[in-house]
Write a protein that binds this ligand. Structure first.
Ligand SMILES: Cc1ncc(COP(=O)(O)O)c(C=O)c1O
Length: 452
């Protein structure tokens, strides 16, 4: 029998997270205070995050130990399986060997609990009673809801309104795990009220939902904020994906020529990609590719500049690829990829040419996801379909060139709660949005002026 799955025992759950900052070609740019434009201090950030997470955010240590309590919870679904996509290879007629790491086996159905669990853990240690957070597609909100439940924390999730409407079952999951879910923009915060005053039918965006959650957290002594992507400590926690994948590929006797992941804020991409940056820094020939939606093309069409992480300018200013903090991406079904900015670490790696980026339209992604479901059987999340599109294109190129190529991609989540998106695709109701050049230009005119 040909081997399909490469599995590791629970004893192989990584003991340390990998911190890519140790291998960057230059130190990361400073993070600036949204009100003063001066570099932030840990004290500025303490109303938002517990001390241990701030320490991780700023650490340059290559390896950071994973507490046993967290590994014990990771054991509910980790190590996640690595699959060889033999049926997809066959359907494509490619000489490439395609592997995918499957993060949809977590209780929430995606990679997001890899960081939700440590975030809840360190908050609990610091005496936090309640978490305020945002969610786009609902994957992050459901992950934070379940992690909060595990540590006895209350949780309020501001959910981007377009997803709140498109994905009612994500709301049900969050409520089942005990969280409160508020459609964003909401009348509950000044940030939400300001947006609603301009547009009572606003579909919302991650940038707006982040503003609401930050405002909520800052207003209450017992509450901290949690973010599901973008930040260094979030990318750090996700590296368990790539660390396991390396070991599993070694079991298969392979090493990737190219590593691919979907890119929203950067966390699943960082998770699978960063551990391979360490190899690249040590001289290995390997390509690492981020795939983003052409309707929200942050890495491929954005500028590398200082910008706010949220619409209401309450989150810190970071140097990143951005389309402008008030850019409102079209309401594509990959709700988790509708973010104006990107992880500063991923951005820096793109800027230095260590990471490539490509933008793809949603129809091409649904086409690839359908092929994947009909060959490999797993139904992918619309976000993850961007990685599949990237992998299929690489495999077809290998076929054209007649080259064997080893492709690894991260299947960041399943699409069981996204079936309305597939229904719309099959009903011919989905469209590819043109790159909204004018809206981006208008938004980029509002970048903050910084002294650096
Ligand atoms: C399944 C899935 N994949 C990918 C993403 C994109 O986020 P990130 O870039 O942080 O991995 C999301 C975000 O919600 C998601 O739900």
């Amino acid at each position: 029998m040909q081997q399909t799955k490469y599995l590791l025992g629970e004893d192989r759950i990584p003991t340390h997270w990998y911190n890519v900052i140790a291998d960057l070609p230059a130190p990361p740019a400073p993070v600036l205070h949204p009100a003063t434009g001066e570099p932030v201090t840990p004290a500025d950030m303490l109303p938002l995050f517990p001390p241990a997470l701030l320490e991780q955010e700023m650490s340059s240590a290559r390896w950071i130990p994973i507490p046993e309590e967290i590994r014990q919870i990771y054991a509910l679904w980790r190590p996640s399986p690595l699959f060889r996509a033999r049926r997809l290879e066959q359907a494509l007629g490619t000489p490439a060997r395609i592997y995918y790491k499957y993060e949809g086996v977590s209780p929430a159905g995606s990679h997001k609990p890899n960081t939700a669990v440590p975030q809840a853990y360190y908050n609990k240690l610091a005496g936090t009673k309640r978490i305020a957070t945002e969610t786009g597609a609902g994957q992050w909100g459901s992950s934070m809801a379940l992690a909060s439940r595990m540590f006895g924390l209350e949780c309020t999730v501001y959910m981007v309104r377009v997803s709140f409407t498109q994905k009612p079952y994500r709301k049900s999951m969050m409520e089942l795990w005990g969280a409160e879910v508020v459609p964003s923009p909401s009348p509950r915060t000044a940030a939400g009220r300001a947006i609603l005053a301009q547009d009572p039918d606003s579909p919302g965006s991650l940038g707006i939902a982040i503003s609401e959650a930050v405002e909520d957290a800052v207003a209450r002594e017992d509450t901290k904020y949690a973010l599901g992507s973008v930040l260094n400590h979030v990318c750090l926690h996700q590296t368990v994906i790539g660390l396991e994948a390396k070991e599993q590929l070694a079991l298969a006797g392979d090493y990737p020529d190219v590593v691919i992941a979907a890119h929203g804020g950067g966390s699943n991409f960082a998770g699978v990609g960063f551990p391979f940056i360490a190899d690249k820094a040590a001289g290995k020939q390997i390509r690492i590719l981020a795939v983003e939606p052409s309707s929200c093309p942050t890495l491929t069409k954005g500028v590398y500049a200082f910008d706010y992480g949220d619409t209401a300018k309450m989150a810190p200013i970071t140097k990143m690829y951005t389309l402008g903090h008030d850019f409102m991406p079209p309401g594509i079904h990959a709700g988790g990829l509708r973010y104006h900015g990107a992880s500063p670490l991923v951005s820096q790696l793109v800027h230095h040419g260590l990471v490539e980026a490509r933008a793809v339209g949603q129809l091409a992604c649904f086409e690839a996801a359908t092929l994947f479901a009909r060959t490999e059987a797993i139904i992918p999340a619309p976000e993850s379909s961007h990685a599949i599109r990237g992998a299929v294109d690489e495999a077809l190129r290998a076929k054209e060139e007649g080259k064997e190529r080893v492709i690894l991609f991260n299947l960041s989540g399943h699409g069981h709660v996204d079936m309305a998106a597939y229904d719309a695709y099959f009903a011919g109701q989905l469209e590819d949005f043109e790159y909204p050049a004018e809206k981006v230009a208008a938004s980029l005119a509002n970048l903050p002026k910084v002294k650096l």
